[in-house]
Design a protein around this ligand. Structure first.
Ligand code: FES
Length: 354
């Protein structure tokens, strides 16, 4: 493993490329090419050969530049583990000190560059439906193209039936206890449970604790509103029997000096959207971006969300929305670290950044 000084090496992140449908690209496998990520013939005399890739459509991709990927020619996030620490940035550098702090507007949202948003949930903004209080947190008004995020708070009892029609719904409980009922199957849930409701299915929440059951629901693709129904939908896709995931220290994956655990992902049949919980030490990540759209719920800790020319404070309970390709950096200022739960869509690997 290299030391931290090496972490600034230019090969420590993937190469973004826009590919043309039907065209074949030769990915450099040896690392010698000066035309990275493409082959320039420098492998001659070695046992390496370039890897051809033919674009199936006009597509945006991230080619691996570190040559450590297990999914060549594309990045799989392995570059994050080439160094002892995740790449970091100095929040007190002269450039960063010049970046102003933005306050939330009347809607509780602080708007940073490119549609990056930090949102605090205001109790007074919740609508009531039976034992449920709810509201949309992230949607088209924030520039979200692919996902929307809703907050649902369920008092003791059973909620009306809800659905997001033909979308994937990825949920996370931040407090309370009870059950989620999908079709006619019931699953026990409590704080820190991830849940997956498949396209065409509906769900109900049942709260049986003294505290309200607090749940965030991400609809993918984006939905403007929850569909409420008098009758619960009976559909349950039993090809995918596992619908809840809880925290498991043995399932944690390392990413530099950070850790994350996949919750809802392809291991339970969610192939196009993924949910994870991440553990961030006191630090400021180097500014980076993703090809997926991301929503983050801050579960504990505090810090700052940074974009190119703005920053906003974040604390436990806040929600962060990150558009595709928007440069950003999340800083944790709490000595005990920060816990976040995120949903990425479209995507399946939250460690792929560039
Ligand atoms: S650049 Fe090689 S795995 Fe990401």
């Amino acid at each position: 493993m290299a030391d931290d000084a090496d972490a600034s090496a230019s090969h420590a992140k993937p190469c973004y490329a826009e590919l043309v449908a039907g065209r074949t690209y030769l990915w450099c496998a040896c690392g010698r090419s000066r035309a990275q990520p493409f082959c320039d013939g420098s492998h001659r005399g070695t046992t390496f050969r370039p890897l051809p890739y033919t674009a199936k459509a006009d597509e945006e991709v991230l080619f691996c530049a570190c040559k450590e990927t297990r999914t060549p020619p594309f990045c799989d996030g392995a570059h994050n583990n080439l160094f002892a620490t995740y790449k970091q940035d100095d929040p007190d550098s002269p450039a960063n000190r010049a970046i102003p702090s933005i306050s939330a507007g009347r809607d509780g949202k602080a708007r940073l560059d490119g549609g990056c948003t930090v949102c605090s949930i205001d109790d007074a903004s919740l609508e009531t439906r039976g034992v449920i209080r709810h509201r949309r947190i992230i949607g088209a008004e924030d520039g979200a193209l692919h996902q929307s995020l809703f907050y649902l708070e369920c008092s003791r009892g059973s909620s009306p039936a809800a659905s997001f029609d033909d979308r994937h719904v990825v949920l996370f409980a931040t407090g309370g206890q009870g059950r989620i009922v999908i079709g006619e199957r019931a699953f026990p849930i409590g704080a820190n449970t991830g849940m997956h409701v498949r396209p065409g299915e509906g769900f109900r929440l049942e709260s049986n604790g003294n505290e309200p059951l607090k749940v965030f629901a991400a609809a993918c693709p984006r939905a403007d509103a929850i569909s409420w129904h008098d009758m619960p939908a009976s559909r349950f896709d039993d090809r995918f029997p596992q619908r809840t995931v809880t925290l498991d220290p043995a399932a944690r994956q390392r990413m530099g000096d950070r850790f994350f655990q996949m919750l809802v992902d392809k291991t339970i049949g969610s192939n196009v959207v993924a949910q994870f919980i991440g553990d961030i030490p006191q630090s400021k990540a180097t500014p980076h971006r993703h090809l997926y759209e991301e929503s983050l719920i801050v579960l504990s800790g505090e810090g700052w969300m940074w974009t190119e020319s703005r920053k906003a404070p974040v604390r436990a309970g806040d929600v962060i929305f990150l558009p595709r390709k928007q440069v950003h950096s999340l800083e944790c200022t709490a000595p005990a670290g920060m816990l976040v739960v995120g949903v990425i869509y479209p995507g399946d690997n939250p460690s792929i950044n560039y």
